[in-house]
Design a binder for this molecule. Sequence first.
Ligand code: F6R
Length: 366
Amino acid sequence: EKGGYPHFMLKEIFEQPSAIKDTYRGRLLAKEGIIRMAGIDDNIERFLNAKRIIIVACGTSWHAGLVAEYIFEDLARIPVEVEYASEFRYRNPIISDKDVVIAISQSGETADTLAAIKLAKSRGAFVFGVCNVVGSSIARETHAGAYTHAGPEIGVASTKAFTTQITVLTLIALKLAKNNGSMSNSDFHHHLQELELIPEKVEKALQSDPHIQAVAEIYKNAKNCLYLGRGYNFPVALEGALKLKEISYIHAEGYPAAEMKHGPIALIDEQMPVIVIATKKGHYEKVVSNIEEIKARKGKIIGIVTEGDTNVKQLADHVIEVPETLESLSPLLTTIPLQLLSYHIAVMLGRNVDQPRNLAKSVTVE
Ligand code: F6R
């Protein structure tokens, strides 16, 4: 059942090229220049008339929501707010029939997310679900939705659910961007072509696994870890830190790279590994100067870089390469090495990778 892999988590990490393909199959028609999604097509006026989109989710799905905020605002020019479902439901949110709410949930059973949906519906909002489990409570409770089609995710730590959620949300954003005129035809086509290439680029990113394992060996005894990224890759830093803490029980924090000097920089010494997402597109020079600041305080740098990078290589203690892509699609690639790094560290520490202590795969109580 684990398909020859020692853990479900590793199997699910390696399934991502095919999972992402399954997500866009029949939806992304790159040659024709069309995105076909019934749940959006049938409700296109609701989306196009929306004053804003509110995304509600928990955990890793909330991180996918944060990536979606960058994608929707950048490509489709629609204002987005991303909320922890647990906070949203209890703070008397301002919400009306002009709002579209997108609820993201792998299991479709998360209690807080379900309650947030019911609240939004009671205030007249249109609620759209992005779920993996077909026929789940959230899939049934929402007005419309799009499944991620990632296949069953058994490992408690979410991996392929995250990248397929981002894929669905990217498809939606592109479709709306085309419909509301915020994206040129050529830009739209270019995005479709690049999205279609993502599975093979994920495959390539996965080939760094032996190198990532070697890096894991060096840092497995770290007590703390910092993850930094900017822009589209800030939420990836948060997700990388969550993956490490939940399966290895090492304390880790994700931060926007520029926030470092507002506090976390005080933590940096020669014991502190800092994982920095420093891909070529998207504030590259700024991230490089953040790396220099960490180096000056003797922090250990693991850079996630674009293939062929030379700048960061000179500064960092280790680099892990991912293929080049559009900035808006880069989270789909930069996430991969962070998943593998957490996985290997957890295995080396003898942790129960698929069922970490105190955690449940679906959180049906608040
Ligand atoms: C982390 C993880 C959790 C879930 C969260 C939401 O790896 O799996 O943080 O992402 O409990 O679950 P869903 O997406 O099922 O609503």
